[in-house]
Design a binder for this molecule. Structure first.
Ligand code: VGL
Ligand code: ZN
Length: 215
């Protein structure tokens, strides 16, 4: 697939040490996406990144809900919420963008999850589905028609971003070898990675490998 620099954009989701082995919410092999994402970045004249950015005691942390453990599901006013280990704490080393990420073409960084009571997986809006990050407007102002997504985690922040990108009218492509999934087992069988992929495919999201892109 040929990249059109005028109308294509790359989004780099949550490439932060907190989501990598040794971090607080490690995605298996999460660190292995960094060189692939850097290779991808060379195809695009400009890109944006997201950064999970939680205050201490954030409501998505199991530690903020006595009696609960990471992986538990609770009901928030905006719907069901999976509880996570404390992660991506503002200003911690783990919350920085990965030091080996080539940021030379990243012109926008969207921080998400900073409201203490609302989690935010998607680059476009918070999990209450009300507060917008303004990303759709930024993309439209830059004449973007097609959005390529990579980063972590494939089944949460990348998947929710892809879903909102389609809803906002962007052609949406996930670069599969530049993502890794948490793959949490789910009640009823299967895991979050399989479910997310099927949900996205049904919405019209396409999946591609880095070596199928040319600039
Ligand atoms: C993420 C869970 C909690 C992600 C962020 O980046 O996919 N997942 N916060
Ligand atoms: Zn988070």
């Amino acid at each position: 697939m040929k990249i059109n620099p005028a109308t294509d954009m790359l989004g780099v989701v949550d490439v932060q040490p907190t989501f990598m082995p040794g971090g607080e919410l490690p995605v298996p092999d999460g660190d292995t996406v960094v060189p692939t994402v850097n290779r991808l970045l060379r195809h695009f004249p400009s890109a944006f990144a997201t950064q999970d950015w939680h205050p201490p005691g954030h409501s998505s942390f199991a530690s903020a809900h006595p009696g609960h453990a990471p992986g538990d599901m609770i009901e928030m006013d905006y719907g069901p919420q999976i509880l996570w280990p404390d992660h991506a704490i503002q200003n911690s080393a783990g919350a920085s963008l990965h030091p080996a990420l080539d940021q030379s073409r990243i012109s926008l960084i969207i921080r998400k999850g900073f409201h203490p009571g609302i989690d935010s997986y998607s680059a476009f809006r918070e999990n209450d589905h009300r507060c917008s990050t303004g990303l759709a407007g930024w993309l439209r102002a830059r004449s973007v028609e097609r959005l390529f997504l990579c980063g972590l985690a494939a089944d949460f922040c990348v998947a929710w971003s892809a879903e909102d990108a389609i809803a906002a009218g962007f052609e949406t492509i996930v670069i599969e070898d530049a993502t890794r999934a948490i793959a949490m087992p789910l009640p009823g069988g299967g895991d979050s990675a399989e479910r997310a992929r099927a949900r996205l495919a049904a919405l019209g999201v396409r999946f591609l490998q880095t070596n199928h892109l040319e600039s």
